[in-house]
Design a binder for this molecule. Sequence first.
Ligand SMILES: [Zn+2]
Length: 108
Amino acid sequence: MYLDAFYYCPHHPDAKIKAYRIECDCRKPKPGMLLKASQDLNIDLTQSFMIGDRLSDIMAGQKAGCKAIHVLTGVGREQQSKHKLDASFTSMDLYEAVEKVVLNSMKR
Ligand SMILES: [Zn+2]
């Protein structure tokens, strides 16, 4: 098992370090990191899933054209009570989310 790449956003409009204090395209809920990964790794985002516990994860995934899976671990339950989350699926945890991805892929 391996990871092809990982991406992170070092930017924030209020960052202490001036070089990172910008409005970027990669900070979720913007989809920049997903779009970059799609270009770098030739990923079809319409056939992809974004899994996350925050509203910003779900929004980034949807803006990128992915199906979004909201997991209730981490801050997932808290986010669920605060926001209207319009994910394709909700899962108890990452394991259940992966099961949904696998089942969804077998339907094609
Ligand atoms: Zn950024």
